[in-house]
Design a protein. Structure first.
Length: 205
């Protein structure tokens, strides 16, 4: 007569084991979400070294450049604010202005606030806005200490990449200061901005 094997003992998972399993699953889900978030953020930037810091949609015009408007100019600005305050202003829907990029003084960190295919409201002149990329630089026009080596090198590399991408000549006719935009009442980047140094860096000299 064949014997029936004894049944396997029934065990009930302890509360600690359940908690451990839940925490592990939660950690895995959080890690997956963080990875997806980083990938989504990376997909929003046009310049690989930039970090996505989106402006309010009230501060720019959605577009499809260069199909809708040719991009043939870079406009250089100085924020007259700190980097963090500039980002906050661009995220304020009542501000009615934003640039595509902001460069931080201390380390050359770049935040992208508006996609290049969209029209940022940075130049105070619609025609110039439609055909330019605006780059803000943390600092004040009368405080040259803000214009650091890190800032010059980081910004120049960004401008050079933009010029290469859109076929923009790397000269002062196409890389201009906000002060040079017709109708503006702004003076930036001001007399302390070293244009000779900047243009040499843009051109890899």
């Amino acid at each position: 007569m064949e014997r029936t094997p004894p049944s396997a003992p029934i065990t009930t998972p302890t509360r600690r084991a359940l908690l451990r399993g839940g925490l592990a699953a939660g950690a895995a889900a959080a890690a997956a979400l963080a990875t997806a978030g980083r990938a989504a953020a990376a997909s929003n930037v046009d310049y690989p070294s930039a970090v996505w810091s989106p402006a309010s949609t009230s501060n720019y015009t959605a577009s499809n450049r260069p199909s809708s408007y040719a991009i043939n100019m870079v406009v250089i600005h100085v924020t007259q604010e700190t980097y963090a305050d500039t980002i906050r202003l661009f995220q304020d829907p009542a501000h009615a202005a934003a640039a595509h990029y902001v460069v931080r003084s201390a380390d050359g960190h770049i935040g992208q606030c508006v996609r290049e295919h969209d029209i940022a409201w940075h130049a105070g002149n619609w025609s110039y806005n439609t055909r330019s990329i605006g780059i803000e630089h943390e600092g004040w026009v009368d405080q040259p200490s803000y214009f650091t080596t890190a800032m010059y090198h980081s910004s120049a590399a960004l401008t050079a990449e933009i010029c290469d991408k859109y076929g923009i000549p790397k000269d002062r006719d196409h890389i201009i200061g906000h002060v040079e935009v017709p109708g503006t009442d702004h003076t930036d980047p001001g007399p302390n901005w070293d244009w000779t140094r900047y243009m040499r860096l843009v051109n890899g000299v």
